[in-house]
Design a protein around this ligand. Sequence first.
Ligand code: SF4
Ligand code: SF4
Length: 175
Amino acid sequence: MSFPGKGLLKGLAVTMRTMTKRSVTAHYPDALPELPPRSRGVIALIEENCTVCMLCARECPAWCIYIDSHKDTIPATTEGGRDKSRNVLDRFAIDFSICMYCSICVEVCPFDALHWSPEFEYAELDIRELTHEKERLREWMWTVPAPAALDEGAEPAKEITTAQKAAERQGRPTP
Ligand code: SF4
Ligand code: SF4
């Protein structure tokens, strides 16, 4: 049934209901949000794990990963052996002003060199500062949370069983 002022009364009822509820607005930065540990805040790099395979840079849809490298020659260790070559990382940078936080680079890295940190407070006044070079990306690693514990009943990680077998063979205490 409709009567004059019904809409107004309905509106007032909504106002009264919400006025008595507790506010859900968090007063950032005084109150920091409780983010899940695997939040996509910033990408961290373990430089030592990076083999310069370029997969991440090729797959990045925003083309915001910049990698420079050169080849080093490692002399043969045996007489008549062949010299080896290895890639040396000169530059690894991510431009967070165009990154869309899709996580493709982290997913495709075959060597676990890239990880997400939930840290998100790195706004800059100068957009150029949003390109984080490898030294800064390495520093973010300190803010990456430890991986979640394995599910109960899950198989132990391959690295652990391999280390245990090696220790048993050598008569050392198992890790
Ligand atoms: S998260 Fe996505 S857009 Fe950002 S650097 Fe990685 S692949 Fe590129
Ligand atoms: S995919 Fe991983 S190993 Fe390959 S260049 Fe990127 S960070 Fe380095």
